[in-house]
Design a protein around this ligand. Structure first.
Ligand SMILES: *[C@@H]1O[C@H](CO)[C@@H](O)[C@H](O)[C@H]1NC(C)=O
Ligand SMILES: *[C@@H]1O[C@H](CO)[C@@H](O)[C@H](O)[C@H]1NC(C)=O
Ligand SMILES: *[C@@H]1O[C@H](CO)[C@@H](O)[C@H](O)[C@H]1NC(C)=O
Ligand SMILES: *[C@@H]1O[C@H](CO)[C@@H](O)[C@H](O)[C@H]1NC(C)=O
Ligand SMILES: *[C@@H]1O[C@H](CO)[C@@H](O)[C@H](O)[C@H]1NC(C)=O
Ligand SMILES: *[C@@H]1O[C@H](CO)[C@@H](O)[C@H](O)[C@H]1NC(C)=O
Length: 493
């Protein structure tokens, strides 16, 4: 008994399957077409027909046949009144084998069964499905819910459905006519497409979904790199419909939930409106004129608005500021540079570039090291050059920092100069002191000598007198000699 029951069930299933396949072979090809596009209903004969073949395209509505397009043996074309302007057959030439019917701007009311009848051939049935996509709610907000629905007319279960965003397949939750996102993020914005069809034909229908909220940055993963001392912009652009005046910036402290102080040169741009791709934005980006040590960390841009549905929504973005600088150190006559980045979690490569100067002061960049090492040993001859550290993640350049070696060496030079001056000063001072000591010594000597003379005043007079007497005697002697000489001469003359 049980076996019979199973047999009966199997037979019934087989009958149903046959009915479906029969229906399919009779109903034949299925065509899926996106609303508003051109539908092509195939009717291709295996061999070219003789000239002046009669062709009739019919539509079957509730078992009734209505002619849509017809060509007589004489070559005259006829169109039905209703669809007349939209329906045409582009290949009704003599010797053609293709009598496919084209329908422009296909609408849901065009969907249904069509039949192509060519004289002397088996009629061909074509089922036309029209698909469209709808988005609910009409206005999508960040954090809200989004439902995409692919509508298919007439309804059918014999199809496969796929969903794409910006041309990329969304793998999860496919083969469903509805796609729901419970919590919408900015990354869910874009061109959504529903792909539906069979093996033979596939139709794609797309719709643009905009998400009101903060358009830039799209999520909390934004990291901005800035060299110490340079200026930086922390981006924050609201959808123009969303933004009222209630936006603010603050700092998110690592340690506590208390906000840190904003940098002194922190400045939020005025509500400049501008077009951003397909949507309008209001710029509330922040600007730091000169990034200082300690400014690194997370900043938060937030805004609160009343949505169309009366609900209050708060949107916010965290933006991380990472600072970079080149530090130099001198040891044993060697100079090394270190590329210091306040958060290296994204950095995987450091490129060191030597900056030279050519004709007309044009900069010449020469890459000297490209590795995971943040340290560079500088050759002696390049000691006074400028160096740039470029840092990369896996895909791209993140930022750069420039050494201020020239400035530093300048300072060093100055320091050396001052030390030289000091030495000179010290030597000079010593010399001065020595001179002073010598002078004092001399003065002291003179003083002592004078004191000694004052002790024996007569002695000096005696010495003086003795000297004078001796001089006088010598002079008299000399005069006598000259006089005797002159006398001798006169005697001889
Ligand atoms: C899709 O493109 C839109 C704009 O063209 C963009 O805003 C959105 O982020 C893109 N989404 C993805 C997932 O690529
Ligand atoms: C802030 O930036 C605006 C331009 O964006 C500028 O006009 C203004 O002077 C800046 N204010 C300060 C204090 O830097
Ligand atoms: C460093 O950056 C990563 C992401 O870029 C972040 O997750 C991490 O918290 C940061 N570390 C610090 C100490 O800020
Ligand atoms: C240098 O500058 C001068 C004038 O500014 C120009 O004529 C010349 O072509 C420049 N030379 C180079 C190599 O760029
Ligand atoms: C250095 O490495 C980065 C990342 O690997 C790469 O993008 C860059 O082109 C390299 N530079 C040179 C000069 O090879
Ligand atoms: C360093 O970064 C700045 C700003 O991004 C850029 O203008 C400059 O050309 C970069 N310098 C080098 C040597 O890469």
């Amino acid at each position: 008994m049980a076996q019979d029951y199973i047999k009966v069930q199997a037979l019934i299933l087989l009958a149903i399957a046959m009915a479906i396949s029969c229906h399919n072979s009779v109903g034949a090809s299925m065509v899926f077409v996106a609303r508003d596009s051109v539908a092509v209903l195939p009717c291709v004969m295996s061999s070219p027909t003789k000239h002046s073949t009669a062709v009739i395209w019919k539509r079957i509505v509730d078992g009734e046949e209505r002619t849509v397009w017809r060509r007589d043996k004489s070559g005259l074309e006829f169109r039905a009144v209703g669809q007349a302007s939209k329906v045409y057959c582009p290949h009704p030439n003599f010797g053609s084998s293709d009598f496919s019917l084209h329908i422009q701007e296909t609408r849901e009311e065009d969907a249904g069964m069509y039949r192509c009848e060519v004289e002397g051939q088996n009629p061909k049935n074509v089922m036309l499905y029209v698909i469209s996509v709808s988005v609910t709610p009409d206005v999508v907000y960040e954090g809200g819910r989004l439902t995409l629905t692919c509508n298919i007319t007439p309804h059918t279960s014999a199809k496969t459905t796929k969903w794409e965003l910006n041309g990329s397949l969304i793998t999860s939750r496919s083969s469903m006519l509805t796609y729901t996102i419970d919590k919408v993020f900015q990354k869910d914005a874009g061109t959504w497409s529903c792909l539906i069809g069979s093996k033979q034909t596939e139709a794609k229908i797309s719709t643009l979904v905009q998400v009101r909220g903060i358009l830039v940055p799209k999520d909390n993963s934004e990291v901005v790199y800035a060299q110490l001392g340079s200026s930086v912009t922390l981006p924050c652009i609201f959808s123009s419909e969303l933004y009222f005046s209630s936006s603010s910036w603050n700092r998110v402290s690592k340690m506590s939930n208390l906000p840190d102080k904003l940098p002194s040169s922190f400045n939020v741009s005025s509500n400049r409106r501008f077009s951003l791709c397909s949507s309008m934005g209001v710029d509330r980006s922040a600007y730091i004129e000169s990034v200082q040590n300690g400014d690194e960390g997370t900043y938060r841009c937030s805004g609160a608005v009343a949505a169309d549905n009366g609900m209050n929504i708060k949107v916010e973005r965290n933006i991380q500021l990472v600072t970079a600088q080149v530090l130099s150190s001198h040891k044993n006559g060697k100079t090394t540079l270190t590329c210091r980045i306040s958060n290296t979690s994204q950095v995987i490569n450091y490129e060191w570039i030597h900056v030279g100067y050519g004709v007309n002061n044009t900069q010449i960049f020469t890459s000297v090291q490209n590795s995971s090492s943040k340290i560079l040993s500088i050759p002696k001859d390049k000691h006074l050059s400028e160096w740039v550290c470029r840092f990369y993640n896996k895909q791209q350049l993140l930022g750069n920092a420039t050494s201020h070696l020239q400035m530093m060496s300048g300072l060093e030079g100055k320091q050396q100069a001052t030390s030289v001056n000091k030495v000179a000063l010290i030597i000079g001072l010593c010399f001065l002191v020595l001179l002073l000591v010598l002078i004092l010594l001399q003065l002291y000597k003179n003083q002592r000598r004078r004191k000694m003379i004052f002790q024996y005043p007569a002695m000096e007079t005696i010495v003086h007198l003795a000297a004078n007497e001796r001089e006088f005697k010598e002079r008299v002697k000399a005069r006598e000699k000259v006089q005797s000489g002159a006398n001798l001469k006169s005697e001889l003359v």
